[in-house]
Design a protein around this ligand. Structure first.
Ligand code: C2E
Ligand code: MG
Ligand code: MG
Ligand code: MG
Length: 280
């Protein structure tokens, strides 16, 4: 009986394993076609400041698969990172985001700053800065309107090269934010030495803000220490009025979340921005 069970477990394991492997292979081939056919789109999620004005937007990648429908970036980006496909995808994202913001500039919607998520692989490439300059030049977007979101992990590995790159970005006037702050191993005292402007507190802490005294204390601590270091703080994943009010009372600078605005296509962003400016 035990042997029987053992074999079942083994069969189950190999089946589950081959399923994931073949699923990944299919996804990888599909991703290749998606790159060639440009099945990607960018959605933009507003970031709102304490006065209720638009601080900027975050560009979030969307993949509309012809048969499988919408596939989440949380699923295909890690895969694209292991296969290297993230490189052409990232180049497309950066160019699209810059072109879109230039389009809004030309429509007189105000100079909106766009935050683009960076993959570690992209950031570590020796051609990264040259490509970035080239993209800004080609699209005509002023560098001040671009900011990049990096995770703590990117800065922990390959530290020296990373710091040089951050200094180069600062001298170009491209902003840098630390994304998902609090989930990695870096501390605010470490960030003190880095030329960055903003930390984004991870959604997981905001989630439980009104139920967990621990999370509330962590969030409060991050905000007050970040302010001492001259950094701005963004709270991500703000879904409820209670979370928003509490973050306001903690002096959080910028708010992002479904409770304020969901990620939306460019056309919807235009309408959203026009609505905001009419209110003033
Ligand atoms: P992220 O950079 O931390 O982006 C925030 C994620 O939280 C987005 O998920 C956004 O839609 C979601 N979000 C925002 N507000 C709320 C909220 O109130 N509640 C909930 N439940 N979720 C909220 P999304 O678009 O699925 O992206 C997931 C992750 O994929 C991103 O996390 C980022 O790490 C990565 N990603 C997205 N686009 C790109 C890209 O162009 N390049 C790279 N390298 N990574 C990207
Ligand atoms: Mg981000
Ligand atoms: Mg984030
Ligand atoms: Mg996050």
């Amino acid at each position: 009986k035990a042997k029987q069970q053992g074999r079942n477990a083994y069969e189950w394991f190999t089946r589950a394993f081959t399923d994931t492997v073949s699923e990944r292979m299919v996804l990888r081939n599909d991703l290749q076609e998606a790159i060639e056919r440009e099945e990607f789109a960018l959605h933009y999620q507003p970031l709102i400041d304490r006065e209720g004005n638009l601080d900027g937007v975050e560009a979030l990648l969307r993949w509309e698969h012809p048969e499988k429908g919408f596939i989440s970036p949380a699923r295909f980006i890690p895969l694209a990172e292991t296969t290297g496909q993230i490189i052409p995808i990232s180049e497309w994202v950066l160019k699209r985001a810059c072109l879109d913001m230039q389009l809004l500039n030309q429509q007189g919607l105000g100079e909106i700053r766009v935050a683009v998520n960076l993959s570690p692989l992209q950031f570590q490439r020796s051609s990264f800065l040259a490509n970035l300059r080239q993209t800004l030049l080609m699209t005509g977007l002023p560098a001040e309107q671009l900011s990049l979101e990096l995770t703590e992990g990117i800065l922990m590995d390959n530290t020296e090269g990373a710091i040089d790159t951050l200094h180069a970005l600062r001298s170009m006037h491209v902003g840098v934010s630390i994304d998902d702050f609090g989930t990695g191993y870096s501390s605010l005292s470490y960030l003190k030495h880095l030329p960055i402007s903003t930390v984004k507190i991870d959604r997981s802490f905001i989630n439980e803000l009104n139920n967990s005294e621990d999370d509330a204390a962590i969030v409060q601590g991050i905000i007050s220490m970040a302010h001492h270091l001259g950094l701005k703080v963004v709270a991500e994943g703000v879904e409820t009025e209670e979370q928003y009010q509490r973050l306001m009372s903690y002096q959080c600078d910028i708010f992002q979340g479904y409770g304020l605005a969901k990620p939306m296509p460019l056309e919807a962003l235009e309408t959203f921005v026009m609505g905001l400016s009419r209110k003033e």
